[in-house]
Design a protein around this ligand. Structure first.
Ligand code: PLP
Length: 372
């Protein structure tokens, strides 16, 4: 199905104000955003319009009861200049998984993809050309009813923001194995990208930062023994020649980078396992000199090398990522797919048609930004 997305173009672009050699993550936005309203049981008012503030009633339900979630993905350009999304359908599916868990409406997959295509096509000049840089895409949804009382909202907004992000030279991270606080528990919202999951992680992360750590390794809620994930990335360990990542089991976000890595490992015949990982296994492997690498996997850095893991008083120094190591190979494969130097045998890359985007008629002087 083709959706009718009206496009209102910004009168003036802010592109020339951006220093593409210095783009801190999440602080620069492109000229346009996609906005849709959910009302009377359907998505309507589909628009791409200039980025602007929104005004809202203080009774906005998202603020009180937390019906809010987001996605994170990137658009990049191949070396030949073709804008690309990577696995947008999988992001749509994860988005709808989050929506279902938070009792929010699904976004039709085709609408999600068409909104991204049109928005990225319009702001294609915002996709950085520097190797490793990209246009970060932030689809999100929140409840907009203006009444108090714990119940699902009847109305919602779905918005997509975009903004350029520089190449992410991930400094190896120090991780603290958390034994008191939890991010998620089976049956909870850990597998959704619920905004509240991130709010709940801030205080334990602050404590870990005060001890000198970059991120927490979250563990299971009952024994604090099984390793889950860290910050905004899934975890991989290379032990005794084998790549191991924790099974998600409803408690860990099903990272799309994680899924890509598992498929790449399979395609390349690299031994790997998906299963629960007990902290004692990691400690033993380290003591026996079999811990070869540890790294995080996520959209932002692709691969985040880990240099240290501390469990209570026990500090493990993880070997540096070597140029021909497994994490380096995984990172190179994703970057090669994005810049078009590696053929897309996986069927993940989604080129974007950049023929002129048809904008709404100019004569409409006053743009009505909110539904009447
Ligand atoms: C909690 C959490 N885990 C893992 C990830 C990695 O997921 P992805 O590879 O889809 O970016 C993210 C990032 O979205 C995250 O927020």
């Amino acid at each position: 199905m083709k959706y009718n997305i009206r496009v209102y173009q910004a009168k003036k672009s802010n592109l020339s104000k951006v220093d593409f050699n210095n783009i801190p993550f999440g602080q620069t936005y492109s000229d346009h955003m996609f906005v849709a309203d959910y009302k009377d049981g359907q998505w309507q008012n589909l628009q791409i319009r200039p980025l602007s503030h929104l005004s809202f009633h203080p009774g906005l339900m998202a603020l009180h009861y937390g019906q809010s979630f987001f996605e994170g993905m990137k658009a990049s350009k191949t070396n030949a200049g073709v804008p690309m999304l990577m696995r947008p359908e999988m992001h749509a599916q994860r988005m709808n998984h989050s929506a279902e868990r938070l009792c929010m409406p699904a976004i039709p997959e085709a609408l999600f993809v068409q909104a991204l295509e049109k928005l990225v096509a319009l702001d294609k000049n915002w996709i950085p050309q520097t190797p490793g840089a990209a246009l970060y895409l932030r689809p999100f949804m929140f409840a907009t009813d203006e009444t108090l009382g714990v119940r699902p909202s009847n109305t919602y907004k779905f918005i997509i923001l975009t903004g350029p992000v520089g190449p992410y030279y991930a400094k190896p991270v120090k991780l603290w194995v958390e034994q008191k606080y939890v991010r998620a528990v089976a049956g909870g919202t850990g597998e959704a990208k619920a905004a509240g999951n991130y709010a709940g992680s801030l205080y334990p992360m602050k404590l870990a930062a005060e001890r000198g750590y970059d991120q927490i390794i979250w563990t299971d809620a009952f024994e604090h023994k099984y390793l889950h994930e860290a910050g905004t990335m899934n975890l991989f360990f290379v032990m005794d020649g084998k790549v191991i990542t924790p099974s998600t089991d409803g408690e860990i976000l099903k990272g799309i980078t994680r899924d890509c890595f598992l498929k790449i490992l399979k395609a390349k015949g690299i031994p790997h396992e998906v299963r629960p990982i007990h902290i004692d296994e990691l400690v033993q492997s380290y003591k026996n000199g079999k811990l070869e690498a540890a790294f995080g996997a996520g959209t932002a850095a692709v691969v985040s090398p880990v240099c240290e893991i501390t469990y209570g008083d026990f500090k493990m120094t993880v070997p540096e990522m070597k140029p021909n190591s497994i994490p380096a190979l995984l990172k190179a494969e994703i970057e090669g797919l994005r810049n078009g130097t590696i053929p897309d045998t996986y069927g993940w890359m989604h080129p974007i048609e950049t023929a002129a985007v048809v904008t709404a008629p100019k004569k409409k002087k006053v743009l009505v930004l909110e539904p009447a």
